[in-house]
Design a protein around this ligand. Structure first.
Ligand SMILES: NC(=O)c1ccc[n+]([C@@H]2O[C@H](COP(=O)([O-])OP(=O)(O)OC[C@H]3O[C@@H](n4cnc5c(N)ncnc54)[C@H](OP(=O)(O)O)[C@@H]3O)[C@@H](O)[C@H]2O)c1
Length: 374
């Protein structure tokens, strides 16, 4: 009986307990419902939030072909990162893609938001990203044909995204990915160059040394203990000397056009950042095993490359075709942080004035890097 009563009382009290808890249950259920509703509304709102971007809708058109639009902020996938843009830098490839020059290699999907080199703050990371978090400052290279850098927000993949320390400004960092990596990989192709300066001294010529790639190439070649001859326009001679070049030629003078070293040196290697210089101009200036690393090889360069290979020529022309890795970008950022490499900034433009930056890039007379900021 006691047992029965006890059970009965327990049953009653547990029923009472449940009854007492109902308002709490309702409250917590409604709270979690409204929380999940507001979360999904929040996420949808984020996905639907619009950003200012600059895009083009077909090949051609130059700066006038750029359109200012409001488009949804992109959403990062598992191995991607959403950045708030702080700086983007332009490269020749950006306008060459718009002109359709690289169409067989990198066909565009329209509308296309151009520009691949960006620096910014991490806002959101995909589930697969473990080494970065919201708030980190980074610099990244976005692969073609995706691009997307001329926008307030941009999605980048982790494969070429590295941390940017506070000592390196967003604009300095944004200059590095394509131009800096191209210069670095060109130097890696030169036998004997060691960027810690422990290699033997060789003679290197850098053409278009005032440009985006060339100004990094001069500085990196000097870190590699090279004697550097450089070519540029008269107005940039002092700047290129200040980057470390030992001798500088004005490319519009006869000696400059002939690439003749003022000290009579023969070049062991050329980092060829200019265009339109034939092999016949290089050949007499090369040392016995001189090598020209051609950054913009056309049909005739590929022909020369094949011919030199087939004839076992010691002098060679090599089209640059290396792929950069994350550690290369990390290395460049560290050099900037340590004050061993600097980004020369030609000009800064706001996103709302991206046309000016674009026209300057196409013009081909920049000194260093052209930067766009939101
Ligand atoms: N293979 C790759 O992965 C790769 C990557 C990046 C770039 N590239 C190529 O490399 C080339 C250079 O790119 P960039 O971004 O450095 O170009 P850039 O910044 O547009 O170069 C402009 C600079 O080059 C100077 N210049 C032009 N022609 C010259 C000449 N004949 N001799 C000496 N200086 C000259 C200009 O001086 P003035 O204003 O005084 O004329 C200007 O300061 C481009 O053709 C680009 O497509 C290839």
């Amino acid at each position: 009986m006691l047992f029965y009563n006890e059970v009965n009382v327990r049953k009653q009290s547990s029923t009472l307990n449940i009854l007492k808890r109902i308002p709490l249950l309702i409250l917590s259920l409604s709270l979690s419902l409204s929380l999940s509703l507001s979360l999904s509304v929040g996420m949808a709102a984020m996905a639907e939030r619009l950003m200012h971007a600059v895009q083009y809708e077909s090949y051609g058109g130059g700066a006038a072909g750029l359109k200012h639009v409001e488009v949804p902020i992109p959403t990062p996938k598992k191995d991607e990162i959403l950045l708030k843009l702080e700086a983007a830098s332009l490269n020749s490839a950006d306008w060459k893609i718009q002109k359709g020059y690289l169409r067989p290699l990198f066909p565009c999907k329209f509308p296309h938001i151009p520009v691949t080199d960006v620096a910014g703050e991490v806002l959101e990371v995909g589930q697969g990203i473990k080494n970065l978090k919201a708030g980190d400052k980074v610099v990244a290279s976005i692969s073609f044909p995706r691009a997307g850098g001329l926008a307030e927000f941009v999605v980048v993949s982790q494969s070429l995204t590295v941390i940017r320390p506070p000592e390196v400004s967003a604009a300095e960092a944004a200059g590095l990915p394509m131009a800096g990596l191209t210069a670095l990989l060109a130097l890696y192709q030169i036998p004997g160059v060691k960027l810690d300066g422990t290699g033997k001294q060789i003679n290197i010529l850098v053409t278009a040394a005032s440009g985006g790639v060339g100004h990094y190439a001069v500085q990196l070649a000097k870190l590699g203990n090279a004697h550097v001859t450089a070519t540029c326009g008269a107005r940039n001679i002092e700047l290129v000397k200040s980057l470390g070049a030992d001798e500088v030629l004005d490319y519009k003078t006869p000696d400059g056009a002939a690439l003749r070293s003022p000290s009579g040196r023969k070049y062991d290697a050329v980092v060829h950042c200019a265009t339109g210089i034939p092999w016949s101009t290089f050949e007499p200036n090369l040392s016995e095993k001189g090598k020209v690393i051609d950054l913009t090889p056309g049909a005739s360069a590929f022909l020369t490359f094949a011919l030199k290979k087939l004839t076992f020529s010691k002098k060679q022309l090599v089209p640059l075709q290396e792929s950069p890795k994350k550690e290369h970008l990390d290395y460049l950022v560290k050099l900037v942080k340590d004050g061993k490499l600097k980004t020369v900034i030609d000009s800064k433009h706001s996103l709302s004035n991206a046309e000016d930056a674009w026209a300057k890039g196409i013009d081909g007379h920049a000194t260093g890097k052209i930067i766009v900021e939101p």
